[in-house]
Ligand binder design. Structure first.
Ligand SMILES: [Zn+2]
Length: 339
């Protein structure tokens, strides 16, 4: 009995094509034609060069875009730090504006200066504060802090930690709590000797008050002032608050670097605001005194003489109005700020 042998199933298309190949070879032999070229998909070969060319173009475009992006990302922002010593009469208020637009207000002046203060802030495009720093809770420094907190969204408030318990200070603390604003206490958090990067190469360094300084064990509002330095590159500004002899001595004893290009003279240029020893360590090129009409004799001639002996170029808000410092970290300009 004839048994039909099951036909082997081809394993793949190549096997399936084999009979056709055999037929083709036999036909070519009979017709005297040359054998076919080795089977290579001719369409694939034809597309290969344009495909490679397209790949090359795509690579070049991607590389160009990447280079362009890298180049624009590497472009440095305009690196100008501006410090405006605002004319707030007999008191202190300084606006620090970093190259990328951070606004830091150090002190707010006395209550009568509220009008000029807000006009100055508006003129400088300040609609919010990244930091409000109160050097110490005396009215010529914290007098407008409540108004500031109510009018300008404020990201952080920095306080010396000295508890005066004045109505102004209590109102400020209540407002901070009400708005749930992050609050920094330089003394409690032992920030003296630490630095904060404000971006764009601008560094803020707290120098005082120190929780373990003699000035804090026998508390005194002026001698618990926040002393800080703002620096960009080679140019720096040392802010002294209303520190007098005791806090100054503690600062020098701490061994911290007090050298600065510009000195914001302590305590409105009072007699106890600076001395030769201190000025020899700071070695300022410029001294700024913030004061107004007053009965305290600020600035004191003794202090002015000491500053002249130290070779500092003296600027005064009571005589010249708001004073503006601009620096790129290498050079700086100090001048008057037109109103
Ligand atoms: Zn003061």
């Amino acid at each position: 009995m004839f048994k039909k042998k099951p036909r082997a199933r081809p394993h793949n298309l190549r096997d399936a094509a084999k009979p056709l190949d055999d037929f083709d070879r036999l036909a070519r032999k009979r017709l005297g034609l040359p054998p076919p070229e080795k089977l290579v998909n001719p369409s694939r070969r034809r597309w290969l060069p344009p495909l490679l060319l397209l790949l090359l173009i795509a690579c070049l475009i991607s590389y160009g875009v990447f280079r362009q992006r890298k180049h624009s990302a590497a472009l440095p922002p305009p690196r100008t730090l501006t410090v405006a010593f605002l004319d707030v009469g007999q008191g202190d208020s300084t606006l620090i504006q970093t190259p990328s637009g951070k606004n830091i207000l150090l002190d707010t002046g006395p209550p009568p200066a509220a009008g000029p203060l807000f006009a100055e802030l508006e003129r400088r495009g300040v609609t919010r504060l990244d930091m409000l720093i109160i050097s110490h809770p005396d009215r010529d420094h914290d007098g407008n802090c409540l108004a500031i907190l109510r009018r300008l969204p404020t990201a952080t408030v920095v306080d010396s930690g000295f508890v005066k318990g004045s109505p102004t200070q209590m109102a400020m603390l209540a407002e901070i709590k009400r708005q749930n604003i992050p609050f920094v206490n330089v003394t409690q958090q032992r920030l003296a000797g630490t630095s904060q990067d404000l971006g764009d190469g601008v560094m803020l360094t707290y120098l005082a008050p120190d929780a373990y300084s003699p000035t804090v064990s026998s508390p005194d509002v002026n001698n618990s002032s926040i002393i800080l330095k703002i620096a960009l590159g080679r140019v720096s500004v040392l802010f002294m608050g209303d520190a007098e002899g005791p806090e100054r001595a503690t600062l020098l004893a701490s061994g911290q670097d007090v050298q600065a290009t510009i000195l914001k003279v302590a305590h409105h240029g009072s007699q106890n605001g600076t001395d030769d020893t201190f000025l020899a360590r700071v070695h300022p090129e410029v001294a700024v005194i913030s004061c107004g009409l007053n009965s305290y004799g600020h600035p004191n001639p003794v202090t002015l003489d000491a500053l002249r002996r130290a070779g500092a170029n003296i600027w005064r808000t009571d005589l010249q109005g708001t004073i503006k410092l601009q620096t790129d970290g290498r050079t700086y300009q100090v001048g008057l700020s037109p109103k």
